[in-house]
Design a protein around this ligand. Structure first.
Ligand code: NBP
Length: 485
């Protein structure tokens, strides 16, 4: 086996690993590969990688010996304990300055931990999100690397070569930040993906049940939408899905069971939002909507007992479709604003120096949420790098203002037709809450003080001073410890 000749080594020859290796090979990098089940190395070398410069190794020492220094080892194994096990196996063969890159969908707190423990051994760790699925990995994914910044210059040429590019050639890959920030950004990407998909599903059901559109008509509507401001990968594939026929010639979409699966990254986003006290309501509703879909048997039973409104199908077709389109677009703006609120909060909490505009650029190509819309987010942060909330950028505030009546009408139509739109409506409620200077939380604070002596602040006194009232005349003078949730 040739020594010290490979630019990078990759462990984990499942769908993502294999395609990334072939992508790297296409871009002129010499790649060594290793897999726990070594027969897969031979299968790969003799089939998919036949005729390439990829080098297969059957043992960890051979694999490591084939790499140029500093050794760059990328892991594309199942997220979780497999990553720790593989790192443990690797460690005896690595030396200070070598680089370990985890490209799986790891939980960011695991990456925080791995970065710190490897740094103590002189090994540089990168935790990177890789998005775009099989096709992205092969032809150009979005890559979101974070971790030990000293490693970046050594992997930058490889990652930026294989990444997707936007129109002007800028790669959809740049340094995200410290610790587990790369995996955090990927987690937010996935959470936003949950939100985008749910919004599209709500538009689908509203157009189907409220207006009576057929799959072929829906394909036409989504094709049109994809030519405008909703232009995105997910809208594009949705129009193709509606057009797809089953073997008997009927629409395939109508044959697919309505019980959604999930792998957990949406849930992780919500858990982080709860930990951080950030109202990321739309992704939360998207996760719960999948949960509700999954209890199919219970819904079928309930559908026999519980009735909805008897509303006739709408007749104002063009107006109806435009209301739904605008509701979708405005809700999407809210979802991204919420996602960015969470990113900013995490950056503060974990002391990551995140480039918020750069993150939008990384998502512009290669990944599932790629869209024209992301360019607007990049522009907003270019205009004002310290922008506190996306909704305060003039492009977004003007759009919400212009579309607001139609967005509300879309939500009202859904309620009138008994069509569930948890994401549309939570976006609307968030918008109304966020733009309200005085919410009813004064009453909430009074209730908390009434039953639990939890104290409250007053509008006529400086913030940070807490008061307790003996509401009934029967309570004592002692108040509870104040805490914020
Ligand atoms: P999988 O997530 O299915 O993982 C399979 C790979 O992990 C195989 O190479 C397998 O080796 C290896 N592996 C396992 Br399982 N346990 C191991 C252990 N204890 N020690 C060493 N290796 C172990 O593959 P994938 O779908 O290609 O995804 C790879 C990573 O990329 C995952 O973290 C995934 O979440 C992420 N990701 C996937 C996609 C996608 O579209 N699939 C997209 C973006 C990110 P074996 O052959 O010996 O079993």
């Amino acid at each position: 086996m040739p020594q010290d000749t490979c630019d990078i080594g990759l462990i984990g020859l499942a769908v993502m690993g294999q395609n990334l290796v072939l992508n790297m090979n296409d871009h002129g990098f010499k790649v060594a590969v290793y897999n726990r089940t070594t027969s897969k190395v031979d299968e790969f070398i003799n089939h998919e990688a036949k005729g390439t410069n990829v080098l297969g190794a059957h043992t960890m020492p051979d694999f490591i010996a084939s790499l140029k220094r500093p050794r760059r080892v990328m892991l594309m194994v199942k997220a979780g304990s497999a990553v720790d096990q593989t790192i443990d196996e690797l460690l005896p063969f690595l030396e200070a300055g070598d680089i370990v890159i985890d490209g799986g969908n790891s939980l960011f707190t695991d990456s925080n931990r791995r970065e710190a423990s490897l740094a103590a051994k002189g090994i540089l760790f990168i935790g990177t999100g890789v998005s775009g699925g099989e096709e992205g990995a092969r032809l150009g994914p979005s890559i979101m690397p974070g971790g030990n910044a000293a490693a970046w210059e050594h992997v930058k040429p490889i990652f930026q070569s294989i990444a997707a590019k936007v129109e002007d050639g800028t790669p959809c890959c740049d340094w995200v930040g410290e610790g587990g920030s790369g995996h955090y950004v990927k987690m937010i990407h996935n959470g936003i993906e949950y939100g985008d998909m749910q919004l599209i599903c709500e538009a689908y059901q509203l157009l189907k049940d409220g207006l009576g559109l057929t799959p072929d008509e829906l394909a036409g509507v989504f094709t049109e939408w994809n030519k405008g401001e909703l232009d995105s990968y997910l809208i594009e594939i949705t129009s193709e899905i509606f057009a797809k026929k089953d073997e008997d010639g009927s629409p395939l979409i109508d044959k697919i069971l309505d019980a959604a699966g999930q792998k957990g990254t949406g849930k992780w986003t919500c858990e982080s939002a709860l930990d951080m006290g950030m109202p990321v309501t739309l992704i939360g509703e998207a996760v719960f909507a999948r949960c509700l879909s999954a209890i199919k048997d219970a819904r079928v039973e309930a559908s026999k007992v519980l009735t909805g409104p008897a509303t006739a199908k709408a007749a104002d077709r063009a107006e109806f479709i435009e209301d739904v389109r605008r509701a979708l677009y405005c809700s999407k703006i809210i979802s991204y604003a919420q996602g960015y609120m969470l990113l900013s909060a995490a950056a503060r909490e974990y002391k990551w120096n995140l480039n918020l505009g750069g993150i939008a650029l990384m998502w512009r190509g290669g990944c599932i949420i790629r869209s024209r819309f992301l360019a607007r987010i990049k522009e907003a942060f270019d205009k004002n790098p310290t922008l506190s909330n996306l909704l305060l950028d003039s492009f977004f505030s003007d759009t919400l203002d212009k579309y607001q009546a139609s967005w509300r009408s879309g939500c009202i139509r859904a309620i009138q037709h008994g069509v569930p739109v948890p994401a549309f409506s939570t976006a609307m409620s968030f918008f109304d809450g966020f733009r309200t200077a005085r919410l009813p939380a004064n009453l909430l604070q009074a209730q908390r003080d009434f039953f639990g002596a939890h104290t409250y602040e007053r509008v006529d006194q400086p913030r940070g001073q807490f008061f307790h009232t003996n509401w009934t005349g029967r309570g004592g003078r002692v108040s509870s410890t104040t805490y914020t949730v």
